[in-house]
Design a protein around this ligand. Structure first.
Ligand code: NDP
Length: 292
């Protein structure tokens, strides 16, 4: 049986470190970090993510605020909210919760965010800095994966890392991070047009999966002893269970965990890390401002 990489525990450790830093700021009479979230519309999953961020901000001693706009907000109104957040000295950073209503351009909004307040690291300048290996905010989900690997003492130097998925929020930035000189993995990125996906995955010492396909990666994709990081999160109907549903990842955990060396579970793996890394970015933004 593989070692279980406990994302819940690692994220709690990160949040404890953040809370200690916040206490240090307060003890010096400085303001706590302030994270804001902008949301337009009433998407249930988006609202519950934002409310979980608020709760976790409170847990580490951050100030948080939510700008909840209606689904009918015009693009102009949305951009003027962004202008306000960019100017407000009391807000260190903010996130824009997706999905946006269809009439609002994601590209326009992303480019409008002040790069120094871009806690999601979606602004082209922050993405560019990531590509160049410069010190910058790191996108939360990919950064969470790196934290899981490093804090579990998994060797990356010279290892074959296969990433399945090339989205702008997970696969691509993760590939950039795994290539950094502090990590030194040899990286292959796969997508829906990759030929012989199974064979490519079998070469991986570290297999990272972010495809949005429930339990697609079975044991025959995985090399014996490999590390498997599952970014996928799905809620599947399960009428036989008291809750009526179950959560799972892109990896068939029960099967793969018998073959690999270490694996993240779902839930309790990568999901818990995203918010912890978002809080890390906000602390970084606050400290940068203090040291300006
Ligand atoms: P996207 O749908 O944006 O991207 C999926 C990627 O997987 C694409 O590059 C796609 O290829 C590739 N892909 C899809 N099907 C296959 C297949 N059969 N074989 C090979 N490649 C395939 O998804 P995201 O990156 O946004 O999310 C991926 C998963 O991670 C989802 O389950 C999502 O819920 C989860 N997630 C979890 C987060 C967390 O906090 N842990 C945060 C963000 C996402 P192509 O480019 O060719 O279409």
């Amino acid at each position: 049986m593989a070692t279980i990489i406990d994302g819940k525990l690692i994220s709690e450790n990160i949040k404890t470190e953040i809370a200690i830093s916040v206490k240090g700021l307060l003890d010096k009479g400085l303001r706590a970090p302030h994270l804001a979230a902008v949301i337009a519309g009433d998407d249930g999953a988006a609202l519950s993510y934002v409310s979980s961020i608020e709760k976790q901000c409170k847990g580490v001693g951050f100030i948080s605020s939510v700008y909840h706009l209606s689904a009918n907000t015009t693009e102009e109104e949305f951009l003027s909210t962004i202008d306000f957040l960019n100017r407000d000295e009391e807000i260190d950073g903010y996130i824009i919760q997706m999905p946006l209503p269809k009439h609002i351009s994601v590209d326009k909004v992303t480019a409008h965010v002040a790069p120094e307040k871009d806690m999601d690291c979606f602004h082209p300048m922050n993405m560019g800095n990531l590509l160049l290996g410069k010190d910058c905010y790191l996108p939360a989900t990919p950064h969470g994966v790196i934290e899981l690997i490093q804090r579990s003492n998994i060797e990356t130097k010279g290892k074959n890392c296969v990433i399945v998925g090339r989205s702008n929020i997970v696969g691509k930035p993760l590939a950039m991070l795994m290539l950094q000189k502090s990590i030194n993995a040899t990286v292959t990125v796969c997508h829906s047009h990759t030929q012989n996906l199974k064979k490519v995955c079998q070469r991986a010492d570290i297999l990272i999966v972010a495809i949005g396909q429930p339990e697609m990666i079975t044991a025959d994709y995985v090399k014996e002893g490999a590390t498997v990081i599952d970014v996928g999160i799905h809620r599947l109907e399960a009428p036989e269970l008291p809750k009526g549903y179950r959560l799972c990842g892109d990896v068939l955990f029960d099967e793969v965990s018998k073959k690999c060396g270490a694996i993240t579970p779902t839930p309790g793996g990568t999901g818990s890390m995203t918010t912890a890394c978002l809080l890390q970015n906000t602390l970084k933004a606050r400290l940068l401002k203090i040291n300006e």
